[in-house]
Ligand binder design. Structure first.
Ligand SMILES: [Zn+2]
Ligand SMILES: [Zn+2]
Length: 154
């Protein structure tokens, strides 16, 4: 089922996801694809229950485990990221390769911007090694105000 309200960049993200999954021999089932489409369509992070509400519009029998299982798959495939501090998910802007991400979270408009800075990643990596710490995730979340919001209010 193809969400008809999808903007072009979302269609593109879905196409990339299709290709990636095909290449890896994993299945982007219709439900996983719908969850991804919902996330691509909203440029803001969404909690699992927000996703469920929208998914119910298309799949009336959708239940929380449906969404969690789909999210787990999408996380594994690097198609979405989890923002711990918001307990929410965003679709990845460049899922073609595995990467550690930095997120800039605007506390006014809620916009989340994904950065992929290799130098931040490498610096963190060597700091972790020096401590002998084995990280589960290396996602950095920075909260503040985005350019648009700071320009609006000065
Ligand atoms: Zn990403
Ligand atoms: Zn903002």
């Amino acid at each position: 089922m193809k969400p008809t309200h999808c903007p072009p960049n979302c269609q593109n993200a879905l196409r990339v996801a299709d290709q990636l999954c095909q290449g890896r021999g994993v299945r982007l089932t219709p439900q996983r694809r719908q969850v991804l489409a919902i996330l691509c369509d909203h440029h803001k992070p969404m909690g699992a229950y927000d996703i469920l509400d929208l998914l119910k519009g298309e799949v009336s029998t959708a239940k929380p485990p449906t969404v969690y299982r789909a999210l787990e798959f999408l996380l594994e495939q690097g198609l979405v990221h989890r923002i711990e501090s918001l307990n929410a998910y965003v679709s990845c802007i460049h899922p073609e390769h595995p990467h550690a991400s930095q997120f800039l979270i605007c506390r006014d408009c809620g916009e989340v911007r994904e950065l992929e800075s290799r130098s931040v990643d490498q610096t963190l990596d060597s700091a972790l090694k020096a401590c002998g710490f084995k990280a589960d995730s290396q996602v950095i979340e920075v909260t503040g105000r985005c350019l648009r919001c700071s320009e609006q209010t000065g």
